[in-house]
Design a protein around this ligand. Structure first.
Ligand code: SF4
Length: 500
């Protein structure tokens, strides 16, 4: 038997969907793979994304104990420094195995990723390239998207079109926990219980990918699949979900992670909904681009189990049009949310804040757009993260504004990590949350007011405290009593339908 053993490492989350896809693919080619999850601490001002000394030591011990020959990393920009630090540590201990890095950060910053101690960087889809490295049966200059050093010179191969394997041809993500490990202060084999404990929603949602790619080109986004949009067949998806129900007997829902669920035809959407209801019968969540939403599509999905929809407002029309190059309008967001409110679908709206280019007019316009939606809704407020390699990054650097942003993509994602960077006034952030469950004349006045008006600030703070208490209760329910949480949501949807 081939002595080579690959360990694939994800430091971001136990979900690790990319390493799970890679692992299944490599295993399907008769190679041995283990997954390791040395999770980084949660991020913020005081906790930098680095592995602890004990975790690094445990990774090293693991590599020796399991005779790992190849160590592959799935990198985001936020895990790059921890990766570099770990590689330095392993090499200082004279670990001789092959180190390979791929993922979003490798795609946007390959040269930086090929740092000291790293043998190969794979840019673009990793399945075939990783397999070729592991088997060693293809010459290096023929491997798609490979960056490596040869006699001191960095060589970079182009990404081959053949590297984009259609979703239908990829084996399902690897959830064979027997050779998966959680590395914290000790090394634990992943049990289902441990996996659920470290997963969002207590592990009761199955994260499903039905398509890769997105038709949009938002300037701040580092989606690496823009050019290659693909969707799995409905047969393939149903098979994956049936397997998932066997592995996770306590599933209460499916979280469809596609960037834009409405990519395909109406026919695909109809067949998918019907078969999902008949064969799987679990409620589900989707992410949509508002312009592609229609009453017919949403109603069809609602009738077959759609519960939540996530969509992006992101900014004012000026920010969307001129800075983010998104073809969305306030109207398209309001229209799709109105349809969902009528249908009793809960919607979750993404907004990007802490953006140096935003003005008070932009912030007021966002509040006013939110104020036109039916309550309640959920908000995800993100801090603008300027990822290297994006168009937005180029603009920020040209305008000499990089220092002014409060989020450093190497230290945190979507959360401020620089104390002195620009942050959206708290007044607006809190008001948005308040608007998500309140309406009326008081809110209208607060939108017209501003953070310099002491009376308005006090009122927003008071309403926000009430909001926070309710959210904490909801969070507790969601994590510990998912059924009850869904029941309450159903009741709210029903009341909302009655009102509209
Ligand atoms: S819609 Fe989302 S996934 Fe698509 S380009 Fe914009 S931010 Fe990226």
């Amino acid at each position: 038997m081939d002595k080579k053993i690959l360990a694939l490492c994800d430091m971001g989350s136990v979900r690790g969907i990319s390493v799970r896809y890679l692992s299944s693919f490599i295993k399907s080619k008769a190679c041995r793979v283990k997954l390791i999850f040395p999770l980084l601490p949660s991020r913020g001002f005081d906790s930098l994304p680095r592995l602890s000394d004990i975790q690094k030591q445990n990774v090293y011990n693991f590599l020796l104990e399991h005779e790992i020959s190849h160590l592959g990393f799935q990198l985001m920009t936020g895990s790059f420094k921890a990766f570099k630090d770990l590689v330095k540590y392993l090499r200082s201990k004279h670990w001789q195995g092959t180190i390979i890095a791929g993922g979003v950060h490798a795609f946007i910053c390959p040269e930086e990723t090929l740092c000291d101690g790293v043998d190969y960087v794979v840019v673009g889809p990793g399945e075939e390239s990783l397999l070729a490295i592991l088997k060693g049966d293809v010459s290096l200059n023929e491997i798609s998207g490979l960056w490596y050093r040869h006699e001191g010179v960095v060589i970079n191969n182009p990404i081959s079109n053949d590297a984009y394997i259609p979703l239908n041809e990829l084996p399902f993500p690897d959830y064979d926990f027997s050779d998966h490990y959680l590395i914290k202060d000790e090394i634990n084999v992943f049990t289902l219980k441990l996996f659920n404990k470290h997963n969002t929603w207590g592990g009761k949602q199955y994260y499903l990918t039905t398509s890769r790619g997105c038709p949009y080109r938002c300037t701040y986004c580092c989606n690496v699949n823009h050019k290659h949009i693909s969707r799995a067949s409905i047969d393939h998806i149903m098979l994956e979900l049936k397997q998932a129900k066997e592995i996770f007997p306590d599933l209460v829902g499916i979280n469809i992670e596609d960037d834009c669920f409405f990519l395909g035809s109406d026919e695909w959407t109809r067949d998918f909904s019907v078969r999902l209801k008949n064969e799987i019968n679990l409620p589900f969540i989707i992410r949509i681009i508002p312009r592609f939403a229609s009453k017919e599509r949403l109603e069809l999905l609602r009738d077959h189990g759609l519960k939540y929809v996530s969509l992006g407002l992101q900014g004012s029309e000026r920010l969307n049009r001129d800075i983010y190059l998104r073809k969305e309008t306030n109207k398209s967001v309001i229209d799709s949310c109105n349809i969902m409110a009528k249908l009793g679908i809960t919607y979750i709206i993404d907004i990007i804040l802490d953006n140096v280019y935003e003005t008070e007019d932009d912030l007021r316009e966002i509040a006013s757009t939110l104020n036109q939606l039916k309550r309640p809704f959920k908000l995800n407020l993100f801090s603008m993260t300027v990822f290297p390699g994006t168009k937005f990054y180029e603009k920020v650097v040209n305008d000499n504004l990089l220092d002014k942003f409060s989020t450093d993509p190497y230290e945190s994602v979507n959360l401020p990590s620089k104390k002195d960077g620009y942050k959206t006034p708290l007044y607006w952030k809190r008001l948005y949350d308040v608007i998500s469950i309140n309406s009326g004349r008081e809110i209208d006045k607060l939108i017209k007011s501003n953070p310099l008006d002491e009376h308005s600030v006090k009122l927003v703070d008071k309403l926000f405290n009430r909001f926070s208490f309710k959210m904490k209760c909801a969070q507790y329910l969601k994590q510990n009593h998912a059924y009850l949480f869904d029941l309450i949501l159903d009741l709210l949807s029903f009341l909302r339908k009655l009102r509209s």
